[in-house]
Design a protein around this ligand. Sequence first.
Ligand SMILES: Cc1cc2nc3c(=O)[nH]c(=O)nc-3n(C[C@H](O)[C@H](O)[C@H](O)COP(=O)(O)OP(=O)(O)OC[C@H]3O[C@@H](n4cnc5c(N)ncnc54)[C@H](O)[C@@H]3O)c2cc1C
Length: 374
Amino acid sequence: MPAEVDVIIIGAGVVGLAIAAELSRADKTVFVFEKNRTFGLETSSHNSEVIHAGMYYPENSLKAKLCINGNSLLYELCDKFNINHKQLGKLIVAADDAETKEVERLYYQGLKNGVSGLQMLAREEIQRLEPNVKAVAALLSPSTGVVDSYNLLRCYYGRAKENAVEFVFNTAVIGIVRSGGHYKVSIKDSEGISSVTANVVINAAGLFSDKVAQLAGIDLEKAGYKLHYCKGEYFSLNPKVGCSVYRLVYPVPEQAGVGVHVTLSIDGSMRLGPDTKYVDMIDYAVDESAGEEFYQAVRRYLPSVELDDLVPDFAGVRPKLQGPGEGFRDYVIRDETEKGLPGLINLIGIESPGLTASPAIAKYVAEIIAEILN
Ligand SMILES: Cc1cc2nc3c(=O)[nH]c(=O)nc-3n(C[C@H](O)[C@H](O)[C@H](O)COP(=O)(O)OP(=O)(O)OC[C@H]3O[C@@H](n4cnc5c(N)ncnc54)[C@H](O)[C@@H]3O)c2cc1C
């Protein structure tokens, strides 16, 4: 390993990989340090794999902008590199008049954000499109889809490797010190502790991105960077007549998530989830007893479903800046010059729609770096 490189990326999840693929096109030495044995073993492989459209987030927020740009960039990427995906479309359904108001709010929010093709549907149209779904009104989002997340990760990884990005697995970043206009990054692997110097350090450490920012001396409470873990569990749904859907079907969103929804994976199997539970520890076990809650949530709009159709599947953990009961928090994606740390780029709170937004986040970070280095 060289003693000096241009750019260090911490974390090989979808965000670190997308940035690596984007930066690899420029003339720079880029190293990615990943504490696990390979890429994408954490949040990037524990999610709904939905290509979101962008109606949930406030206008002009980074989440809205990067989701909408990411949506079209991701479809282009999927077409260009044969990444398995399907543009299935999605319905957000209302069970009563109060929920219809919320669905309409999302429709107008989506229009303001610039989401394409949105349409409000009445009961009869919903019946025609999705005979098994019960709803009084719905928002149709044709640009929503699903992507094979492993294919996507593999594609970013392959493109970065082809362009000489070096991946160093089983290697955790344990220290970041600014000295002499550079960063000395300490790493720990099976052989011990060593260090590498870089001009630019990109913190794409997902669930640990707050701890990595802290390594560089940032006060998490003061900066508002402390992450809260919010677990989401999934149940798979046994296929049976009367329960099938052609599109993704979501209820109106709840406070911390988008509600227990029905997604279709690339192979056509149906999955319910995720729920939202703030937790202190990261663990991926599924609590079987949550099945009853999922059943009650889903039968409101998919009435033929029965409790026995639900089988515990997997779980993911969201890295949230917003604690329980708190309002919207946007992504933190910024160069920390103001904190006396120029060239340290923190990406913190990259929860959903991070998979969708990944190609747009990569371009956004590349622009920040171009500005710093010019
Ligand atoms: C339940 C759930 C459902 C979701 N559904 C969707 C969806 O349908 N559509 C969508 O667009 N998004 C979705 N998301 C969001 C999406 O999965 C994330 O935004 C995205 O995967 C975040 O990627 P990341 O690279 O930032 O994080 P990660 O995938 O967690 O990667 C971070 C990497 O950093 C490494 N790391 C951490 N600390 C260190 C260190 N000190 N040294 C070296 N390496 C380190 C970790 O090992 C890890 O590999 C969902 C998320 C959850 C939890």
